[in-house]
Design a protein around this ligand. Structure first.
Ligand code: AMP
Length: 137
């Protein structure tokens, strides 16, 4: 995988404000926070998007995310937050190394703003079956 800003952070080539580290995961402050306490959580495995990540790294991220969310809540004083994970440039991914954003939501005007152009589900049974087939379930 090509180098990214996050692989350079992992190698120590560029600095970060570290919040948490274990054998598979690193968390650090976002350099351009959407809100006070905005934290990034990344696997050490160099996967560009979530679909390319190993189950071991995904499990390690999932195991620590609730703790990190609680710490961000405590320090930011926010009861509400968004957990965001972008995949692909059209989906607003700028750094092609998997990462979760923990973004405090101090008020409806602050933090992450989301467009949510909801439709209505057509033929959910067939779609769910296609997805089950894709999963090999
Ligand atoms: P995304 O659009 O989901 O790829 O988000 C990438 C995030 O990385 C943005 O929120 C940036 O502010 C953040 N970012 C970029 N460079 C750095 C850096 N050197 N240290 C910390 N955060 C960074």
């Amino acid at each position: 995988m090509p180098e990214t800003i996050f692989s350079k952070i992992l190698s120590g080539e560029i600095p970060c404000h570290k919040v948490y580290e274990d054998a598979r995961v690193l968390a650090f402050l976002d350099i351009n926070p959407l809100a006070f306490g905005h934290t990034l959580v990344i696997p050490k495995e160099p996967a560009p998007t979530m679909d390319a990540l190993s189950e071991e790294s995904a499990a390690a991220l999932g195991a620590v995310l609730p703790r990190l969310c609680r710490a961000v809540m405590e320090v930011s004083g926010c009861r509400h937050y968004n957990l965001l994970q972008n995949n692909g440039a059209p989906a607003h991914q700028a750094v092609f190394h998997v990462h979760f954003h923990i973004i405090p939501k101090p008020s409806s005007d602050e933090g992450l703003g989301i467009g949510w152009p909801a439709g209505s589900l057509e033929d959910g049974a067939a779609l769910a079956e296609r997805l089950r087939n894709a999963l090999g379930a």
